[in-house]
Design a protein around this ligand. Structure first.
Ligand SMILES: Nc1ncnc2c1ncn2[C@@H]1O[C@H](COP(=O)(O)OP(=O)(O)OP(=O)(O)O)[C@@H](O)[C@H]1O
Length: 250
């Protein structure tokens, strides 16, 4: 995957419910970058990512993950992709270690390697002390971290996260950010939605802004500022200006 220039290439992606949620969206995320997908509530971020992750069938368009046609070959695409939703689903009766070993087994990861990776993931997410406790007593934040570890256990090259930091305390958020930063430095690609603009500002190589199912701005923070003639303002100011101007144009 590292050899393919784009980790994700979406063309004309469209999904309609009672009205268009994603509207002929074109989006390219380069291999090895940390890409933050921003947008107001209902902009179409989750719908886009659910289609990319193979959980929702598009009405039209194409999705290529590291050059793999994800609509024609969803299994190959999923093999290199992690999906972390904002509603973590884990097995309550298992301990985190058992859960990770179970997920690794589904992916066919060698058991010795799986146990080593599982322990390393749980340690880096601050769950070392809870490794052998059943997940049923865990808080939402702890469950979120177990779900994240489960999504990373098969060593995916493209990591897609929908609001991964919501509900996490400062220490847990730091663990998650640290882990994602590490993965990017190791050559993985991260695509993340967030309403925490400060995180996008600090972590993202590039930022895309979606409103009404379309990409309305994209670039580094410096480029977004420049495009908006706001050279010394925060991402929050740029974001609000963008969303206002799109709403006014609609
Ligand atoms: N299963 C569904 N059935 C009907 N409408 C849906 C469904 N899922 C999403 N939508 C609609 O599609 C639009 C885009 O929703 P989506 O969840 O993708 O937005 P979002 O950008 O992720 O928003 P948020 O920031 O609030 O999570 C919204 O109008 C939403 O109501």
């Amino acid at each position: 995957m590292a050899s393919h220039p784009s980790a994700l290439e979406v063309r004309g992606l469209t999904k309609r419910f009672d009205r268009p949620a994603v509207d002929a969206l074109d989006l390219i995320v380069r291999s090895g970058e940390f890409y933050a997908l921003l947008g107001p509530n209902g902009a179409g971020k989750t719908t886009t990512l659910r289609m990319v992750a193979g959980l929702l069938q598009p009405d039209a368009g194409s999705i290529a993950i590291a050059g793999i046609d994800a609509l024609r070959d969803p299994v190959a695409a999923k093999q290199v992709t992690a999906w972390v939703s904002d509603e973590p689903m884990i097995y309550d009766k298992l301990t985190p270690l058992e859960y990770l070993e179970f997920v690794a087994g589904l992916w066919g990861v060698d058991p010795v390697l799986a146990e080593r990776s599982a322990r390393a993931l749980l340690v880096s997410l601050g769950l070392e002390a809870n490794m052998h406790e059943r997940c049923e007593g865990f808080s939402k934040g702890m469950r979120q971290k177990v779900a994240l570890a489960g999504a990373l256990i098969h060593d995916p090259r493209l990591i897609i996260l929908d609001e991964p930091l919501t509900g996490l305390d400062a220490v847990s958020a730091r663990h998650v950010k640290g882990l994602l930063g590490e993965r990017v430095r190791a050559g993985c690609t991260v695509i993340m939605t967030t309403h925490i603009l400060e995180v996008a500002e600090r972590m993202a190589d590039r930022i895309g802004v979606i409103t009404s199912g379309r990409l309305v701005a994209e670039g580094t923070l410096a480029e977004l500022r420049q495009q908006n003639g706001r050279n010394d303002t925060s991402l929050e100011d740029v974001f609000i200006a963008l969303v206002h101007s799109e709403a006014a144009a609609a």
